[in-house]
Design a protein around this ligand. Structure first.
Ligand SMILES: NC(=O)c1ccc[n+]([C@@H]2O[C@H](COP(=O)([O-])OP(=O)(O)OC[C@H]3O[C@@H](n4cnc5c(N)ncnc54)[C@H](OP(=O)(O)O)[C@@H]3O)[C@@H](O)[C@H]2O)c1
Length: 331
């Protein structure tokens, strides 16, 4: 068994869900890939848990990590990257869409030090995609980010494997589960946008700062990542034209319905645009609730639509696990 040393930066919903999945899948990874992933540090905003002999995942999940013996106050991710001998850094911090921080610095430092990175954090990639991908290439390591777009939908890895030889002609879809939930509620129950948003917040599926979802910023970040990744565009979120769903009224929803349409917030990676669109009721993009749906059209396969959970800690770990397996195969 080859031992692979890894650090987790950001131990919130995703960090914890990923540790659970790693516990569930560790024997599988050992049997199939002959690799043992050893987590030697877990880094939070105010300190880190560090044990080079390997952290007990069970203990990290069942206790407050700040009360464990190996907790080091004020030890941050950048100093860990420089001090520890690491193969993989998992970056699961919240991203500031203006600066990309703190994830941008974590990812840049890890790649510069020859460490593979797997992240669910959109902001650094929506802002600095080409710079970070080039940095990974120059340092002979991988930067994997399937979890940043479409949660459990395997869009990036599908393009990198099965559809690698094809030209992508169109790429668009529903990339934000919260706005889809709100529009679905407005359509099926005639709830106002404000009531549907309130419901989404009570269910914990909307950010406290609703603007990120409602005004299309989250969708635009994903459009930027997909446009770079699948279409080779070389853009940042600043190049995306954004119109959210704030002004969608029940009258507009009803009128659309009468003519056989639904209104959906669509991110279009070819046009670099986010806007509410009329979608025919029969379209495979007409998915309800928090589901995401992405259509890609290629020169050979023609249209393919992928539908799945666009968020949720455990569902998102499907993408992180796939990225981990890809990295492990090369180590
Ligand atoms: N949740 C989902 O379903 C989902 C799906 C796809 C992608 N994502 C993305 O994945 C990332 C993590 O999401 P989440 O839901 O796990 O967020 P979360 O629950 O807020 O967890 C983030 C964690 O990062 C820590 N953190 C903040 N700044 C840090 C720093 N400088 N160094 C180390 N740790 C730091 C936070 O600590 P404090 O609480 O002490 O600040 C918190 O424990 C985000 O970028 C999110 O957009 C989430």
């Amino acid at each position: 068994l080859k031992e692979i040393k890894a650090v987790i930066v950001g131990f919130g919903n995703i960090g914890k869900a990923f540790l659970r999945v790693l516990m569930e899948k560790s024997s599988f990874l050992e049997n199939k890939l002959e690799k043992k992933v050893k987590i030697i540090a877990i880094c939070e905003a105010d300190g880190s848990l560090v044990n080079e002999a390997g952290i007990s995942l069970k203990e990290a999940l069942s206790r407050d990590i700040k009360r464990l013996n190996y907790w080091k106050e004020n030890k941050n991710a950048v100093s860990l990257i420089q001090e520890l001998d690491l193969d993989i850094l998992f970056e699961f911090t919240p991203g500031n869409i203006e600066s990309g921080e703190p994830g941008y610095t974590h990812i840049r430092e890890a790649l510069s030090n020859g460490i593979n990175v797997i992240t669910s954090n959109k902001a650094p990639l929506a802002l600095k995609f080409s710079e970070l991908m080039n940095l990974a290439k120059r340092n002979g390591v991988k930067l994997k980010y399937e979890a940043t777009v479409g949660g459990a939908i395997p869009i990036i890895n599908l393009r990198d494997t099965y559809l690698f030889g094809e030209e992508i002609i169109e790429l668009y879809g529903i990339l934000n589960g919260t706005t889809n939930y709100i529009l679905s509620k407005m359509t099926s129950e005639l709830l106002s946008l404000d009531s549907a948003l309130k419901e989404a917040q009570e269910l914990g599926i909307a950010e406290a700062n609703a603007s990120y979802d409602i005004d299309g910023i989250d969708t635009a970040a994903k459009v930027a990542i997909l446009a770079n990744s699948l279409l080779g565009k070389g853009v940042s979120i600043k190049d995306i034209n954004i119109c959210g769903i704030r002004d969608i009224t029940l009258e507009a929803i009803e009128l659309a319905k009468k003519h056989g349409y639904v209104i959906k917030l669509i991110g279009d990676c070819k046009k670099l645009e986010v806007a509410p669109k009329l979608i025919p009721k029969w379209s495979p993009l007409n998915v309800s609730g928090t589901l995401n749906a992405i259509t890609l059209e290629t020169d050979i396969a023609k249209k393919i639509t992928l539908v799945g959970y666009g968020a949720g800690p455990r569902e998102t770990c499907s993408a992180i696990l796939a990225d981990l397996i890809d990295v492990l195969r090369d180590l």
